[in-house]
Design a protein around this ligand. Structure first.
Ligand code: COA
Length: 298
C-alpha cells in the first residue's frame, strides 16, 4: 500500500487554531511537513534552519498553502540563536504554544572511524539543541497555559544500531530529556512528549541508508511488519495528535511511529508451519498424558 503526503487529514481543520508553533529544523524534511500540517490545522508557524535560502523557499511554500509562517535563521547549538527565534516569533505572532524539536544531524560511520568531533557534533545538535530550544521557549510556553513540546527522536537506540553510535547516544539522551522535562514542567501546564520515527521515505536518513540500491531496500521492506515505509505525513499527524487536547493527559511518552520496524526479528518457523507443529505437539502430549499431569499440579 503506497501512501502520499497528501492524504486527507482525519483531524478538524481548526485543531491548532489560535496556537503558535516553533519547529526547529522546520525548513526541510520531516520538520517541514510537521510545520505544514500544524499550519494546515490552524497554527501560525515559526521554522528555524541554518540556510537562509532554504528557509525563504520553505516560507514561500507554506504561504502558498495559506499558512502564516516566519523563518528564523540560526543553529540550535547556540542558545542565543534559540532565544532570538522566540523573540522574533513572539514579536510577530504574539505567543508560543508548541515547540517541536526536529533539528538533527546524522551520518553513517563505523565507531572506530568516528572522530571525537563528529560524535560531539551530533550530540550537540540533537541533545544540546533540544535542551537549548526547550529552555529558551520555557518563559513563553509557561504563559500559554496549554503548551506542548514534541521531541523528534528515533528507534536507533532501542538495542543498538550499526554505524550510528553518535546518533543512538544522542537520541537516548533526548528520550531522557523528554521524561525529565515532562516531570518538571507538568506543573507549568507544559506537556513534553517524543515521537520516534522509523524508516520514513524521502528523507536524508533513508537516502544515506539505502545508497546501496534496490536489493537492500527490498530486503529491508520485509523487516517492517506494516509492509511499507512511513511518510512524513505519518509523523506530522502524530505531532498533531500530541499537540491536541486529545493528548491532554499524555506527557513523558515517546510514541513510536515506525510500522513496527524496531521490534522485527525473523520468525523461528514459517507462519504456515506453526499451527501444524504446535497442534502436533499438543496431541503428542495428550497421548502421553504430559499435559494432564501439568494441569493437575496447578
Ligand atoms: N562522516 C564522517 N564524519 C562526518 C561526516 C560524515 N558523513 N559529516 C561530518 N562529519 C564530521 C566532520 O568530519 C567533523 O569532524 P572532524 O572535525 O573530526 O573532521 C564533524 O563531523 C563536524 O563536521 P562539520 O561538517 O564541521 O559539522 P557541521 O556542524 O557543519 O555539520 C552535520 C554536521 C551533521 C549537520 C552535517 O553532516 C549535515 O549537515 N548533515 C545533513 C543533515 C542531516 O544529516 N540530516 C539528517 C538528520 S537524521
Amino acid at each position: 500500500m503506497s501512501m502520499t503526503s497528501e492524504e486527507p487529514s482525519p483531524f478538524r481543520p481548526d485543531l491548532q487554531s489560535g496556537k503558535v508553533a516553533l519547529v526547529t529544523g522546520g525548513s526541510s524534511g520531516i520538520g517541514f511537513e510537521i510545520a505544514r500540517q500544524l499550519g494546515l490545522h490552524g497554527a501560525k508557524v515559526i521554522i528555524s534552519g541554518r540556510r537562509q535560502q532554504v528557509l525563504d523557499d520553505a516560507c514561500a511554500a507554506l504561504g502558498h498553502d495559506g499558512i502564516q509562517a516566519l523563518g528564523v535563521q540560526g543553529d540550535v547549538r547556540k542558545p542565543d540563536n534559540c532565544q532570538e527565534w522566540i523573540k522574533q516569533g513572539v514579536a510577530k505572532f504574539g505567543r508560543l504554544d508548541i515547540l517541536v524539536n526536529c533539528a538533527a544531524g546524522n551520518f553513517l560511520v563505523p565507531a572506530e572511524q568516528l572522530s571525537p568531533n563528529a560524535f560531539k557534533t551530533v550530540m550537540e545538535i540533537d541533545t544540546q539543541g533540544t535542551f537549548n530550544a526547550s529552555r529558551a521557549s520555557f518563559p513563553e510556553l509557561e504563559k500559554s497555559g496549554d503548551a506542548a513540546i514534541v521531541n523528534i527522536s528515533a528507534t536507533l537506540q532501542y538495542g543498538a544500531t550499526w554505524y550510528q553510535a553518535h546518533a543512538s547516544a544522542a537520541k537516548a539522551a533526548v528520550d531522557s530529556l523528554t521524561r525529565s522535562l515532562a516531570l518538571e514542567w507538568g506543573h507549568f501546564h507544559i506537556r513534553v512528549n517524543g515521537i520516534a520515527p522509523g524508516p520514513i521515505s524521502g528523507t536524508a536518513g533513508m537516502t544515506k541508508l539505502f545508497a546501496g540500491g534496490d536489493d537492500a531496500m527490498q530486503h529491508y521492506m520485509k523487516t517492517i511488519p506494516l509492509g511499507r515505509l512511513g511518510t512524513k505525513w505519518d509523523i506530522a499527524m502524530a505531532v498533531n495528535y500530541l499537540c491536541s487536547s486529545a493528548a491532554r493527559y499524555v506527557t513523558g511518552a515517546t510514541l513510536v511511529v515506525d510500522g513496527g520496524e524496531w521490534m522485527y526479528r525473523p520468525p523461528l518457523i514459517p507462519r504456515e508451519a506453526v499451527s501444524q507443529a504446535s497442534r502436533g505437539l499438543e496431541s503428542k502430549s495428550r497421548a502421553t498424558g504430559h499435559a494432564g499431569d501439568k494441569r493437575s499440579k496447578l
